[in-house]
Ligand binder design. Structure first.
Ligand SMILES: [Zn+2]
Length: 395
């Protein structure tokens, strides 16, 4: 995904804000409809059915009818995809979108002439109802753009992102296999012994962020000062997110180029990030610790890294059952929960070999012989890596 900063005229900004409002309105209608569903009420309409409902809503509602039907239909499409992801167990259930927080819309059916270069620094893209919108040409625009997404972040920046699937990167062809373990202490450990870390804010900026967040907590709601502080916080966080995305691009290209097969843990991140709190009947354990871990997983960009790997090395990414990868000795195969001496060190209780815990796990993943979770062969239960059961609503 290549993202560019938009340079908008005030009139265009108004038009784009309308699109955002329409997209959010339609999305929230879908969420509401799903929330009202009860067993025995029949099937939920899917994309086509909802598009018919949208036509009816547009006929009755001039505010909606004034907007772009493409933008509104794509909001339905996005929600449809989000529900599919939810049922697949990889994502959370789509939730309400809020003004000021979720501002964006998508445009499809982009034709070749709809994106054009103006000069070395500027290009423009045709947005329904807003006309030609300029953006800074910070890097070349991908060819064959089929769709794009416009977003307004909390720092007040408008961006356009063109959806383009990155070209596959050829592997070295020497049969080299790498295991990648995602971790908290290190973002990604490789079976080669390398440890890679997502860039974080500099210590100075981190301190500034903490100070700003304290200030924000003290600022009166709705005050001008609060708005200013909020913006500064959003800018810092935006900077960190940009660095994380950039890191994912670089690391995925590097891995795809260096290894023929890349093995990763088959983690359903959606499940992990969802279940910290547990349910009312079964309250989660270690809620605070898990919430912290979940936050770290989200911040380490693991999901994005794997998605990029699969695009750049199609057919060369293998997902391995993550059970016991952190408790198994990669040298002798002995499994022991006590071998995790600390978060960072794995010390085998059988053969005495010691290694960085994440690298040890990465080697197990590279070997692909993680034990199946159902085999009750006297092995200790996984302590911290078993994926949580999917919390699907009782049908
Ligand atoms: Zn051992």
């Amino acid at each position: 995904m290549s993202r560019y900063r938009l340079a908008l005229s005030p009139v265009q900004e108004t038009a784009l804000r309308e699109h955002c409002a329409h997209a959010r309105f339609v999305w929230n209608l879908c969420v509401e409809q799903e929330a009202e569903w009860r067993p025995g009420r029949g099937k939920m309409p899917r994309f086509a059915g909802r598009c018919r409902q949208l036509s009816e809503a547009r006929a009755e509602n001039p505010w909606l009818a004034a907007g772009s039907v493409i933008v509104q239909q794509q909001a339905i499409r996005d929600h449809d995809q989000a529900m599919a992801n939810f049922f697949a167990g990889t994502h959370r259930r789509p939730s309400w979108r809020k003004a000021g927080r979720d501002e964006g819309f998508r445009v499809v059916a982009v034709r070749p002439g709809d994106v054009r270069r103006l000069n070395r620094k500027l290009a423009e893209v045709r947005v329904p109802k807003a006309g030609w919108v300029r953006f800074r040409l910070s890097r070349p625009v991908p060819e064959d753009v089929k769709s794009f997404r416009v977003t307004l972040d909390r720092a007040g920046r408008w961006h356009v992102a063109f959806a383009a699937i990155p070209d596959p990167v050829p592997g070295p062809g020497n049969g080299e296999v790498a295991g990648v373990d995602r971790g908290v202490a290190v973002s990604a450990a490789l079976s080669t012994g390398e440890t890679l870390n997502v860039p974080r804010l500099s210590p100075g900026r981190q301190q500034r962020l903490v100070r700003l967040q304290r200030k924000l907590a003290r600022a009166r709601k709705g005050s001008r000062r609060r708005g200013k502080v909020k913006l500064a916080v959003a800018r810092l966080k935006g900077r960190e997110a940009d660095a994380r995305k950039d890191w994912c691009e670089k690391v995925s290209t590097d891995l795809a180029r260096r290894f023929d097969v890349i093995r990763v843990e088959d983690l359903k991140i959606g499940n992990m990030t969802r279940s910290a709190r547990g349910t009312i009947e079964q309250p989660g354990r270690n809620v605070q610790a898990k919430a912290g871990l979940n936050r770290e997983i989200a911040r380490s960009g693991w999901g994005l890294l794997v998605a990029r790997l699969e695009q750049k090395a199609p057919g060369r990414v293998e997902k391995v059952n993550p059970a016991y990868t952190s408790q198994r000795c990669s040298a002798c195969g002995h499994v022991d929960a006590k071998a995790r001496e600390s978060q960072a060190v794995f010390a085998c209780t059988a053969c005495g070999s010691a290694a960085n815990a994440d690298v040890n796990a990465a080697r197990n993943i590279a070997a692909g012989h993680a034990v199946t979770a159902r085999g009750g062969s006297g092995l200790p239960g996984p302590v911290n890596r078993e994926p949580q059961p999917v919390l699907l609503p009782a049908a």
